[in-house]
Design a protein around this ligand. Structure first.
Ligand code: UFG
Length: 328
């Protein structure tokens, strides 16, 4: 069996990656502490182990029992807003947890890894399309925790011969087009699922955080990328890391090269759900960069990856289809 360890594989993005790995003939070994994940999100054909990446003994026993060919590392805390009130927790889970994982990988001679990084490492950039040469300048501890792990990984590549790709995702959205998986954070803080939940619970109000940003309508702009495309990018990155012969470290943006403001997302959600949303305009959310839009050239050149889902309406429609059938 060609096993791939997927930390955080029971979460939103991880569960979609597991489906793709199975389609490609790999067996995902999911290691997840279920803080954000759900055991029923792990496909039946995958192996599931409940555990925390900060516990080395638990990780060691996974490497000893399964000898994975490579690791896709997604486990971690993801909410930029929450990181502004609990930075220590983010450094503990995201940085310490990653270090424990890398130590275990080195011990068991498993040196190929795809790491879940983020566009939040860039912070506020003057450029509309951000490429990987832009300075790393995060505006919140979440982005900083991911930037620190990228730096650690680069050292593991240079010094210990790891082959690593850090995928800097822009805003993951949508759901499996076949309806097998979708987004289920508890509590939910992300814009698109919150809008859809508000529409489903007809009448619940939506908050818009900040209306005075230097953007066309004053609200924050994000680049929403379909989770199915994101999962494809992981497979391409995994295959790249497995083929690489030299110790290599690359950071690669994964986005759609198109920005949408908070108000544009709200309008599209209203159209798709056929429901008028009540809006409360609020203060800016601390730590939010005003605009994050991806330049994808490197992903195209290095991985041959491009998004299949280019229309935000399709992306939100898939999320809505999943939400309508789910119990939320
Ligand atoms: N927003 C609102 N109202 C809400 C929720 C969000 O106005 O009720 C706004 C936010 O302030 C932000 C935008 O919508 O301006 C998007 O916010 P999300 O919480 O949906 O997503 P973030 O951009 O904060 O972060 C997400 C992921 C990160 C990832 C990042 C990459 O949570 O893990 O995208 O851009 F790193």
């Amino acid at each position: 069996m060609k096993k791939i360890l997927v930390t955080g594989g029971a979460g939103f993005i991880g569960s979609h990656i597991c489906l793709k790995l199975l389609e490609k003939g790999y067996t995902p070994v999911v290691f997840d502490n279920l803080t954000n994940g759900h055991p029923d999100a792990v496909p039946d054909e995958a192996i599931f182990i409940q555990g925390d990446i900060r516990k080395k003994k638990a990780l060691d026993s996974v490497f000893a029992a399964h000898s994975p060919l490579a690791v896709i590392h997604l486990a971690g805390l993801i909410e930029a807003g929450q990181s502004m009130s609990s930075p220590g927790l983010f450094y503990d889970v995201n940085v310490t947890g990653s270090q424990v994982l890398f130590a275990s990988m080195q011990q068991y001679d498993c040196k190929k890894i795809v790491f879940s990084s983020t566009a939040a490492v860039y912070g506020n950039s003057e450029k509309y399309l951000i490429d990987e040469s832009e300075p790393v300048c995060p505006t919140n501890p979440y982005g900083r925790s991911k930037a620190i792990v990228e730096t650690i990984l680069a050292d593991y590549c240079k010094i210990h011969g790891f082959r690593a790709l850090a995928l800097r995702y822009f805003n993951a959205a949508g759901a499996d087009p076949a309806g097998r998986a979708g987004e289920r954070h508890e509590p939910e803080t992300h814009l698109i699922p919150l809008c859809l939940m508000a529409a489903k619970n007809n009448g619940r109000a939506m908050s818009v955080f900040g209306t005075d940003y230097p953007t066309p309508d004053g609200t924050c702009v994000r680049d929403y990328v379909h989770v199915d495309d994101l999962a494809d990018a992981h497979i391409a990155a995994l295959q790249y890391a497995m083929k690489a012969t030299d110790p290599a470290f690359e950071q690669i943006n994964i986005g759609r090269e198109e920005g949408s403001s908070v108000l544009e997302v709200l309008k599209l959600c209203e159209k798709i759900t056929n429901c008028r949303l009540k809006i409360n305009f609020k203060e800016r959310r601390a730590g939010d960069p005003y605009r994050l839009v991806s330049h994808n050239e490197k992903a195209k050149n290095l991985l041959g990856w491009e998004p299949k889902f280019t229309d935000l309406e399709d992306i939100i429609s898939h999320a809505w289809k999943f939400m309508e059938q789910a119990d939320r």
